[in-house]
Design a protein around this ligand. Structure first.
Ligand code: SAM
Length: 274
C-alpha cells in the first residue's frame, strides 16, 4: 500500500507527495501539526494541512526571506523574527556577519519541538549564542517594543488562525514603531497566482505604514504555484540594492538574484498598482 500526503492548495488543486513514514501528527493548542518523510522532498512539516517547509527546498525560502533585507540594510544588528518556529530563518539571521542578536517569537512551542526532533538543519540556530527563542504571540510582543530592531521578519503561516492579524495595517504600524529610524520589515506574502488578495492586503498595509514598499519573488517548488512573494517596508534604505551581498554560504541568494527578484511580471505589478 502506498502512502501519499496531499496539500489542497486551492479547492480544485492538490499537491501530492509519496510518503514513506508519518513521523508525527498532533493537534497543538493552535493548529494541526504533521511531520512526514517524503520520497521527493525529504522531511516535510505541515500545519493545518499546508506545507511549511521541506528538507530539500527550505533554503530558497529561508535565504530569500532573510538575506535580501539583511544585505540591503547597512548595519543589521538586532533582528526580530515573528513566526518561523522551524528555525530556518533564525539560522539565516545568526550566520549573517553583522548580526548581534536574532530574536524569534513563535506562538506555538510544538513547532519548535518538532524542528528540534526532526529537522537538524533548521533547529541548529536555536542553540546559537546570538539567538533568543521566545514562545509568545508576536502580535502582543511587537506592541511592547519601541525603536529597538534594525530588521523585523514576519515568517508567518497563511492569514488564518493566529496569523490573521499579522497581515493587518495595525500590525504593520506596530512593526514600524518597533523598528529603529532606518529599520526594515520583510513579510512573506503568498503566491501571486493564488493569493493576489493577500499580496494586495500586505502591500497596502505596508505602504500605508512605510515610506518605501516593494515586492519581490522567489521560486519555491513546494509552495502553492511554485512562485512566492515577499513584501518589504523600509524607512530609509532602498531594499532593492544589495549593499553587502553576504552570499558565500547561500545556495539561492546572491547579489544578481537580489536585484532580479524585484523585477516583476506584468500580472504581479498590476496586483500592487491598482
Ligand atoms: N515558511 C512558512 C510558510 O510560508 O508557509 C512559514 C513557516 S513558520 C512554521 C510559520 C509559523 O508562524 C508557525 O509556526 C506558526 O505557529 C507561527 N505563527 C502564526 N501566527 C503567529 C503569531 N501571531 N505569533 C507568532 N507566531 C505565529
Amino acid at each position: 500500500m502506498e502512502l501519499w500526503v496531499t496539500e489542497y492548495q486551492t479547492p480544485s488543486l492538490g499537491f501530492s507527495c509519496k510518503a514513506t513514514q508519518t513521523l508525527r501528527t498532533e493537534q497543538t493548542q493552535y493548529q494541526h501539526l504533521a511531520v512526514v518523510e517524503t520520497e521527493q522532498f525529504g522531511r516535510m512539516l505541515l500545519l493545518d494541512g499546508m506545507v511549511q517547509t521541506t528538507e530539500k527546498d527550505e533554503w530558497v525560502y529561508h535565504e530569500m526571506i532573510t538575506q535580501v533585507a539583511l544585505n540591503a540594510h547597512p548595519n543589521p544588528q538586532q533582528i526580530l523574527i515573528i513566526g518561523g518556529g522551524d528555525g530556518g530563518t533564525l539560522r539565516e539571521v545568526v550566520r549573517h556577519p553583522g548580526v548581534v542578536k536574532g530574536t524569534l517569537v513563535e506562538i506555538d512551542d510544538r513547532v519548535v519541538e518538532a524542528s528540534r526532533d526532526f529537522f537538524p538543519e533548521l533547529c541548529r540556530a536555536f542553540s546559537d549564542p546570538k539567538a533568543e527563542v521566545v514562545i509568545r504571540d508576536g502580535i502582543e510582543y511587537i506592541k511592547e517594543r519601541r525603536a529597538c530592531f534594525d530588521v523585523v521578519i514576519v515568517d508567518s503561516t497563511e492569514p488564518v488562525g493566529p496569523a490573521v492579524q499579522l497581515f493587518s495595517a495595525e500590525f504593520y504600524q506596530n512593526v514600524f514603531a518597533a523598528l529603529k529610524e532606518d529599520g526594515m520589515l520583510v513579510a512573506q506574502s503568498e503566491s501571486p497566482f493564488f493569493n493576489a488578495d493577500v499580496i494586495k492586503m500586505a502591500y497596502t498595509g505596508i505602504k500605508q505604514a512605510f515610506p518605501i514598499a516593494e515586492l519581490y519573488l522567489a521560486s519555491i517548488p513546494t509552495y502553492p504555484s511554485g512562485l512566492w512573494s515577499f513584501t518589504v517596508g523600509s524607512k530609509v534604505h532602498d531594499p532593492r540594492l544589495p549593499l553587502m551581498a553576504y552570499e558565500q554560504a547561500c545556495k539561492y541568494y546572491n547579489s544578481q538574484i537580489h536585484e532580479a527578484a524585484f523585477k516583476l511580471p506584468g500580472f504581479v505589478s498590476r496586483i500592487i498598482e491598482d
